[in-house]
Ligand binder design. Structure first.
Ligand code: PLP
Length: 422
């Protein structure tokens, strides 16, 4: 491919009207980042249009080749104005050198893995990790001759180092980790990656959002988010994104995205852009609500253990404090009474919804041992060795009133009979 495309730059990144991205905080970037035509009518829409068109009328055959080489719009799998708008907005919040958006979070992950790993290569990944990532690493990559080593989530960075081999090409981390909320030290992780030849670091930071944890600014090569979660924030779209520490990485991946066809639909890009404008305020409320709920759960007699990065009892609380602006809305808690205890809780909440996914305005709860990390995906030995205990529940704390959420949890926990606790 001879493409000379470059990442789309927002008004702030280009310094339009003399206002540059370095003059404002990420809060303002989220609300005020705009991607606009560089020439055209006198006025510009505040909200970018949704470009439905799959194809574009050309003025000449030469134009086709020129656009293919230099960038522009000819066909929506290659690039789309609405997607470029949201790419530049996310890139500004991450502080990256370029962002790409994808049809789902898994499309972003699979495109990156297929792009940077080839037959004979090796990847080190934390375990547990997101169920789709686990499936990809365990069941799909080996078919292409790509091998992996798992390290325990929350382990010291030296553990990653220990498993690096001559064919290791990527260190992959998730933080906070799904579903047990362990935290990875981003600065140390990035530093290890840079100390090795030809090894990229990639981090799934979905549970934190780029607003609370701008991974690229902490020295990581590739930041990944499921936009389905906090970035979209309203449980009304699926999408994913990758942000890169260099334009070269961006260019390498856009080639693969074009061939794999993992682009985002312009409709979803538009919804995503709308979600991002309130990302900072939503994350503040998610975080303050979750802190209250976590403190409540930690004191409850039917709860064995609570994993929330904002609690001093969290094993990596100090690291979380260093790299997260606030602690986000995800909580893991081990309910007494094993599988039964966990199930009774998730089936008896009334305000909180029993559903997978996370990061939306409404609170959601799930039971990993029987749902996302259940027998369909892994054996119970593998599940337990990754610390996903029978009674573990995962709670995505929404934007409702925290006291109402606590009341709801109280009445549901009351339904767990004492006979189960023995
Ligand atoms: C949801 C999720 C993904 C996958 O995203 P999809 O949009 O569902 O494809 C990846 N990582 C984490 C941590 C997630 O929560």
């Amino acid at each position: 491919m001879s493409k000379k495309w470059f990442p789309p730059l927002s008004n702030l990144e280009r310094g339009v009207d003399g206002l540059h991205i370095d003059d404002v905080t990420p809060d303002t970037v989220a609300t005020s980042s705009r991607y606009t035509f560089t020439s055209g009518p006198e006025t510009e829409p505040l909200v970018p249009p949704i470009f439905h068109s799959s194809t574009y009328k050309l003025r000449s055959v030469d134009d086709y080749l020129k656009i293919l080489e230099e960038g522009g719009y000819i066909y929506s799998r290659l690039s789309n104005f609405t997607c470029d708008s949201v790419q530049s907005a996310i890139n500004g919040i991450e502080g990256g050198k370029g962002t790409l958006v994808f049809g789902t979070g898994m499309a972003a992950i699979s495109t990156a893995l297929l792009c940077f790993l080839k037959s004979g290569d090796h990847i080190v990944v934390n375990n547990p990790c997101y169920s789709g990532t686990y499936d990809m690493v365990v069941n799909i990559l080996p078919r292409y001759g790509i091998e992996h080593t798992f390290v325990p989530t929350g382990c010291p960075i030296e553990e990653y180092h220990k498993h690096v081999k001559s064919n290791t090409r990527m260190l992959y981390g998730e933080t906070p980790c799904n579903p047990n909320m362990a935290v990875l030290d981003l600065e140390a992780f990035g530093k290890l990656g840079r100390s090795l030849d030809n090894v990229l670091t990639m981090v799934d930071s979905t549970f934190a959002s780029p607003y609370l944890q701008p991974v690229i600014k902490h020295g990581i090569d590739i930041s990944m988010h499921s936009c389905t979660k906090y970035l979209g924030g309203h449980s009304d779209l699926v999408g994913g994104c990758l942000t890169f520490a260099s334009v070269d990485l961006w260019k390498t991946v856009i080639h693969y995205q074009t061939s794999l066809g993992t682009t985002l639909s312009p409709h979803d890009a538009s919804l995503l852009l709308r979600g991002i404008k309130t990302l900072p305020v939503r994350m503040e409320r998610h975080s303050s609500n979750a802190q209250k709920v976590a403190e409540f759960l930690e004191k409850h007699p039917k709860v064995e253990r609570v994993m929330y990065p904002g609690l001093p009892s969290h094993p990596q609380h100090q690291i979380a404090k260093k790299q997260m602006k606030m602690f986000s809305g995800m909580i893991a808690a081990e309910i007494k009474g094993g599988v039964q205890g966990g199930k009774i809780l998730v089936e008896n909440v009334r305000l909180i919804q029993l559903a997978v996914s996370l990061g939306g305005v409404e609170s959601l709860i799930e039971h990993p041992a029987t749902m996302t990390h259940g027998p369909m995906l892994m054996t119970s030995e593998d599940r337990l060795s990754g610390g996903i205990t029978d009674g573990l529940i995962r709670l995505s704390v929404g934007l409702e009133d925290a006291d109402d959420l606590i009341k709801d949890l109280t009445q549901a926990l009351d339904k767990i009979p004492d006979s189960l606790l023995a």
